[in-house]
Design a protein around this ligand. Structure first.
Ligand code: GLN
Length: 286
């Protein structure tokens, strides 16, 4: 293997990067070097510019800045997404939530779907892409996230199907949830809320702990605050005006989240596993 590449891989490995070879290749390609399929034919030469950019990327990755934040991009459901340090990187674990949403909505003439805590917009935008008749509302507390979600909607050419609403779920519990949102009759609410118990955040890998936004992770003392808010809404008579909710959960939260919704009066609660076989999504309906 090319000497420069093997030394880059060694550096990333020494910094504790979990998949150093993959990341070194990705950074080389991002810097303008050869992509993986051309590596066997590559003579090892790189222009000064590319070398310098590769070096910058490597030293950021050594500091455990997430690869997707360095390159500014990732893929989710086969679609491109821009990523910044203001949102969680879209994770493959979340794809089963989207797949389930597509299955539930595909035969409806014009489904209206809410993506709460949308972050980069990866859930709502991929639903819009795969359900061309659907209309989506994407909501988040963070203006930076909403701006990025707007860019991602444009990148994926779904701006015509998508609108945006800034809102704070926690605040809405105290006052009344955003009236405009409340009056829409959603067919489906999707939400990947923050669900890490506050005291566990410090034990997460440095990429997440130090570089992803804490408000996208911190689910309160036991990580379940946002599920309680979603469930409590039934107390007002309407479960956020949607017959079905698809919520991402932490892999150890299936039983507790099921109990929260059961106690609030929901009868149909299903837990789905992600591709690693871990509990990852709950589907809730009355
Ligand atoms: N799955 C993410 C993680 O483990 C957390 C996502 C979330 O809190 N919604 O880093």
């Amino acid at each position: 293997m090319n000497k420069m590449l093997s030394s880059a891989i060694r550096r990333l490995a020494a910094a504790g990067v979990p998949d150093p070879a993959w990341d070194a290749w990705e950074l080389l390609e991002w810097a303008g070097g050869p992509d993986r399929s051309h590596l066997p034919l590559w003579d090892g030469s790189l222009s000064e510019d590319i070398l310098q950019r590769f070096e910058e990327g490597l030293s950021q990755r050594e500091q455990r800045i997430p690869l997707q934040q360095i390159t500014g991009r990732t893929w989710f459901m086969g679609l491109p997404f821009q990523v910044t340090d203001q949102v969680l990187c879209p994770r493959p674990d979340t794809e089963i939530l989207v797949e389930r949403g597509i299955a539930l909505m595909k035969d409806k003439p014009q489904p209206l779907i809410l993506d709460l805590c949308c972050g980069s917009g990866c859930i709502g935008i991929s639903l819009a892409h795969y359900l061309p008749k659907a209309r989506l509302v994407l909501s988040d507390i963070s203006p930076e996230a909403l701006e990025l979600a707007g860019n991602n909607a444009a990148l994926n050419k779904v701006l015509g199907q998508v609108s945006f609403a800034r809102g704070d779920m926690l605040e809405a519990r105290l006052e009344k949830r955003d009236k405009a949102l409340r009056e829409l009759d959603f067919d489906l609410i999707c939400c990947n809320p923050p669900y890490i118990p506050a005291r566990e955040i410090d034990a997460l890998m440095p990429e997440v702990r130090d570089h992803e936004p804490r408000i996208a992770l911190d689910g309160g003392k036991d990580g379940l605050d946002f599920y309680r808010i979603l469930a409590a809404d039934l107390g007002g008579g309407r479960p956020m005006a949607a017959p079905t909710m698809l919520l991402e959960i932490g892999c150890e939260q299936g039983a507790e989240v099921t109990e929260i919704f059961r106690a609030a009066g929901y009868r149909n609660i299903l837990v789905y596993q992600d591709l690693a076989g871990l509990d990852r999504v709950v589907e809730i309906s009355l």
